[in-house]
Design a protein around this ligand. Structure first.
Ligand SMILES: Nc1ncnc2c1ncn2[C@@H]1O[C@H](COP(=O)(O)OP(=O)(O)OP(=O)(O)O)[C@@H](O)[C@H]1O
Ligand SMILES: [Mg+2]
Length: 383
């Protein structure tokens, strides 16, 4: 059997781990976003630096070009320019060249930095998008774990309950079968064996004492009649045929009649509302529960009177079975006879299977009252 509480524990643990992972993902996503902002800021600075350095390089290139032209001019005409001037022009050109090389190197470095930052930015963008996707997925998992598990565990709970219910009813049915087997064994089976013996005796008597045969046959007929009655009672207990043919109320009336005769207990059967045909399962369940209550009364209550009330309402049937017997301490008897008595447990379960309500009230000296209510669908043709 599935242990729901164990399953719930596992699910809760899983949920906690997943929730933690989600928090972790949030944090990772958040730091990626911060890193992204920082990188973009750096990239802006670097881009600005690059555009200003490009300008500087252009300017320097011009200056360098000018310095070279000047140097060329100076070095062509030794007469017009002094050695000092030539040297100066050369140094200036050289200086500009160095400056230009430096700036170009710097521009190259800045461009590399920019490319690097741009790559980082792209990766960070991917990380952020991924973390958002993951958070969405994890949130969905959490939702499924939260929502669906509630319904799954509810379903499992219901399944287990149904299984347990069915189980007790099976045990109760086995008990019932045992009882019926014993009844047939002690009653009709023995009588039939007796009849065979007496029939043999009649055969022998026929030659010797014919008038005695007649007497024997009359006795035999009585035996057969008794036996037939026993068999009918057993069949009725098994399943009153009138329940299928005539419905709940006629079956109950017949049952009450037999019950009064057999047990010497006065039974008052009251029907309230107008009887309408019930689904077969409902009629059988209601009859069985009343039957079990009545069996308990004859077994334990020592009652002189029983009241049975059946009330047909629009969408439910209420039933009350009350006796004026010795009563019993319900709680005490329940804990004492747990696992050995299936009558009341089975009654409750039958009613629960039909989504009905079952109550038993009793106390020593005050009789016993069994009440139950079964929701039923009124058939359209009877509306
Ligand atoms: N109407 C009643 N009056 C007095 N005692 C009752 C009455 N109904 C039930 N009890 C007590 O409650 C106990 C439990 O009843 P329940 O029908 O569950 O089991 P049971 O009759 O002992 O066994 P089973 O029905 O399985 O053959 C009975 O043994 C009896 O002591
Ligand atoms: Mg019982």
């Amino acid at each position: 059997m599935v242990d729901v509480s164990k399953l719930e524990k596992i699910v809760n643990k899983t949920r906690k781990i997943v929730e933690k992972s989600r928090e972790e993902l949030y944090r990772l996503g958040e730091s990626a976003r911060l890193e992204y902002e920082r990188t973009r800021y750096e990239l802006d600075i670097v881009k600005n630096q690059i555009s200003s350095i490009i300008k500087e390089v252009e300017e320097l290139e011009e200056e360098y070009l000018k310095a070279r032209l000047y140097l060329m001019e100076v070095s062509k005409d030794f007469n017009r320019y002094s050695e000092e001037e030539i040297k100066h022009a050369y140094e200036k050109a050289h200086q500009k060249q160095l400056e230009l090389l430096g700036k170009r190197e710097k521009e190259k470095m800045l461009r590399l930095t920019r490319d690097h930052l741009e790559r980082n930015l792209k990766n960070l963008e991917i990380t952020i998008r991924r973390s958002e996707e993951l958070i969405a997925n994890v949130s969905m998992v959490l939702k499924i774990l939260g929502n669906d598990l509630e319904s799954i565990s509810a379903e499992i709970g219901e399944m287990q309950q149904r299984q347990a219910l069915g189980f007790s009813i099976i045990i109760a049915q086995e008990e019932e079968r045992k009882r019926i087997a014993r009844e047939i064994h002690d009653g009709p089976a023995q009588i039939l064996a007796n009849i065979v013996m007496r029939a043999e005796y009649c055969l022998k008597l026929m030659d010797v004492n014919p008038p005695k045969v007649r007497e024997e046959l009359i006795g035999l007929m009585e035996l057969v009649r008794d036996s037939l009655q026993d068999v009918r009672k057993i069949i009725f207990d098994l399943r009153p045929m009138s329940l299928d043919d005539l419905g709940l109320v006629p079956a109950l009336k017949k049952y009450v009649e037999i019950y009064q005769n057999d047990n010497g207990i006065y039974v008052e059967l009251t029907i309230l509302g107008k009887e309408f045909p019930l689904e077969n399962g409902h009629a059988v369940a209601i009859f069985r529960v009343i039957h079990e209550a009545m069996t308990n009364i004859k077994k334990y209550a020592r009652a002189s009177q029983v009241i049975i009330k059946v009330e047909f309402l629009k969408n439910k049937v209420n039933v009350l079975v009350r006796d004026n017997g010795i009563g019993f301490d319900v709680e005490k008897v329940f804990s004492e006879k747990q696992g050995t008595a299936f009558g009341i447990v089975g009654m409750r379960e039958r009613i629960q299977l039909l989504k009905g309500r079952f109550e038993i009230k009793s106390s020593p000296g005050h009789g016993t009252e069994v009440f139950f209510s079964v929701p039923v669908a009124k058939r359209p043709e009877t509306l």
